[in-house]
Ligand binder design. Sequence first.
Ligand code: ATP
Ligand code: MG
Length: 344
Amino acid sequence: MSFKQRVFSGMQATGNPHLGNYLGAIGKFVELQNNYDCIYCVVDLHAITVWQDPKELPRAIREVTASFLASGVDPKRNIVFNQSQVAEHAELAWIFNCVARIGWLNRMTQFKEKSGKDRENASVGLFAYPTLMAADILLYRATLVPVGDDQKQHVELARDIAQKFNNDFGESISAHGFAGAFFPQPEPLIQGPATRVMSLRDGSKKMSKSDPSDQSRINLTDDADTIALKVRRAKTDPEPLPSEAKGLENRPEADNLVGIYAALAGQSKADVLKEFGGAQFSTFKAALTDLLVAKVGPITSEMRRLVADPIYIDSILADGSARAQVIAAETMKAVKDIVGFIRR
Ligand code: ATP
Ligand code: MG
């Protein structure tokens, strides 16, 4: 069976959206809206897999929403909403908890990293995170999922869940008139020179909202002076920049900064090194700061304007949730029939 092409992606309301989120995900959201039906979700149910202060969470949800809109996501052409307003996400996730195997989830590197040494004390939700993510995508029977490199494994798990559901319930799926398969195999969309932006303090760690060090990331809300300071302080090595991309091997911090520059300038790393090969980091960092301020500055000011108007943001989320729910409810009706539940 062939499925309608549809894009789905989500971002957690866990703190300040940052440059990694922009280059890995939000920037792609904006490009894709020209060619596809897109659904972009602020995944607040995912956010509470680690503790979120109830006084702070609404602000974080609105800030992530604002980062989508300020970057150019059109909430009329696409659907923009927060996950907890569409209860079907949790409902389908439960069914997927019964399809996915513990062994599959045990292999997920994000859980290992986020639970750290104190695994026994991590929430059950943090462990089951990937089944909820599979539900997010498959509730809309989405086929394309723009994400950063760190989420590749979870999208692959969503494919495995879709396939096992299609196999386990194959007979029932046919009996209910869905020829061949009920869920599509969603494809991760991970492209360009900055699919995994690294921490500015540690080239071996990805830039993250939840990193306790604010110096580790460029927030989309940082002003020009803060950006300049963070780039100046970004960890590097003592060598000048190489002239070819091969020279970035084993130089994670240099590779990261060159990748960021390339993504922002719409160039390849090789192009950037043609220009800056042989330069000292001080020179390159100054050029990178200028480029960052030029690209991030307009997003920052638009985000400020938007977060100052929570009523507007909430109305976007309410409208998007209502439209998402229409699709979600259709899917859940079919899923309940396929599984064999009785419904009104
Ligand atoms: P947290 O630390 O709470 O997990 P996060 O910074 O990882 O936050 P998410 O909300 O988990 O952000 O991810 C949202 C999207 O941004 C995902 O598609 C993810 O792959 C992408 N993303 C996150 N960090 C990076 C990064 N450093 N580089 C590129 N893409 C990223
Ligand atoms: Mg993350």
